[in-house]
Ligand binder design. Structure first.
Ligand SMILES: [Mg+2]
Length: 415
């Protein structure tokens, strides 16, 4: 059997963790640059606040109904997520981290009653981390998703362990809420008279399913029948390209400021590249204006190829700075900048050419920098190219909470 554990309103729950006064109060978390709602509590939902709703439209509503608004604080959320995931490892030797707030657990060797097990998981995460979770348990991943969907509604652990219970559950899931069914497929399914997950499970023309919804569609149907097609995997696959980009809080025209932001993004991207033990042979950078700006849209990209794949932040920044010189234009109101690392290869499988020499001092320096930044917080040690004052191009984060768990300066203080 497989359990799906999913944190309730995860980002909001992380904020509440350090603000117990917000218990039972409406809370929302906004996307980058305080754009739109990406997480909301049950209370905010009940007020009618929608996911993806733009903040400027609901600003006065939030004030009126005393909705607590937070800018996203991803360093806090990832840290809490890591804690949740490592706590889950106590319950199963195979935990697949599916997203920042969701994980599948293999419970096939579990000797206990599954409902009791589910309750124990819920309790432990609540006691040790303080995050509320929903637990759904069933034979396959897709069914565990269904169980979890129902668990969310009742705040109970839902176990789907026999045909009858499974069928009853599937009848309660509208097709648009079934895991893995995108908007396009919903329309096609409804045209075929498939309104619920139960209808899909019982649709008897498998050939037709495969031709319309491809092999994955058929696999999903099999999963609902209790035949496992999506296996659990522990390893997170290595990224084939690594991107880092952000919109600025305000328009930027100065080349120096743009360079700082590119150096900043290269530092982040190169660190993730080293984290997954890879090298890259291509760097691209882009600068662009806002899509909704008063002036005409302007966007420029350039790429640099390296004959020897690299993971060295300082080298990449040097190249990035040259690239900015190449594409920067005066009098443009830049609103976004970003970088991408492409043509990524495994560090272990890469063979040095006959005339290439590994730069061991730089490797040691990069290792040391990663160690210090992992321990003391991002950008404790950085290239001066990133600048000291980033206020000109930094994101808009008017309502950001302290980084309680990842920054010494922001440690929670008892009042
Ligand atoms: Mg969730």
């Amino acid at each position: 059997m497989i359990a799906l554990v999913d944190c309730n309103s995860f980002f909001c729950s992380c904020e509440r963790l350090f603000r117990p006064d917000l218990k039972n109060k409406p809370v929302v978390v906004l996307s980058n640059n305080d754009g739109c709602i990406i997480s909301r509590t049950q209370e905010a939902k009940q007020l009618g606040l929608k996911m993806g709703g733009p903040y400027f439209e609901i600003k006065s509503f939030c004030r009126k109904y005393d909705v607590h608004v937070f800018s996203s604080n991803f360093s806090l959320y990832t840290n809490i997520s890591d804690r949740v995931m490592s706590t889950l490892e106590k319950f199963s030797s195979l935990v697949e981290i599916y997203s920042v707030d969701e994980a599948f657990l293999d419970l096939s060797t579990c000797q206990n009653d599954l409902k009791v097990m589910g309750k124990k998981i819920k309790q432990t995460i609540d006691q040790e981390i303080g995050i509320p979770v929903g637990v759904g348990i069933a034979k396959t991943k897709a069914l565990a998703k269904v169980a979890n969907y129902l668990a969310k509604k009742s705040d109970e652990v839902v176990v789907l362990d026999n045909e009858e219970v499974v069928n009853d559950a599937l009848k309660l899931v509208p097709i648009e809420d079934l895991w893995g069914v995108g908007r396009q497929n919903q329309i096609k399914m409804k045209a075929l008279g498939i309104m619920t997950a139960y209808d899909f499970k019982n649709y008897d023309n498998e050939k037709h399913i495969q031709s319309v919804f491809t092999k994955t569609g058929l696999q999903l149907k099999k999963e609902l029948e209790g035949i496992s097609c999506f296996s659990l995997s522990k390893a997170t696959p290595k990224k084939k390209s690594i991107l880092s980009s952000r919109s600025f809080g305000q328009v930027v025209t100065s080349k120096e400021e743009l360079k700082k932001s590119i150096a900043y993004h290269i530092s982040l991207a190169a660190q993730s590249l080293r984290k997954q033990n890879s090298l890259c042979s291509q760097l691209y950078i882009f600068l662009r204006t806002s899509y909704y700006g008063k002036t005409e849209f302007h966007s420029k990209t350039t790429q640099i190829n390296f004959s020897v794949p690299v993971d060295d932040t300082l080298f990449l920044i040097e190249q990035g700075m040259k690239a900015v010189d190449k594409i920067y234009q005066q009098n443009i109101l830049y609103k976004k900048a970003g970088v991408g690392l492409e043509k990524i290869v495994d560090n272990d499988s890469y063979q040095l050419g006959l005339f290439d020499r590994p730069n061991n001092e730089r490797k040691t320096l990069m290792n040391l920098m990663d160690q210090i930044n992992n321990r003391e917080g991002k950008f404790t040690l950085k290239s001066m190219a990133c600048g000291v004052d980033n206020s000109l191009w930094k994101m808009k984060q008017d309502f950001k909470s302290p980084r309680y768990t990842t920054s010494w300066n922001d440690l929670y203080k008892l009042k």
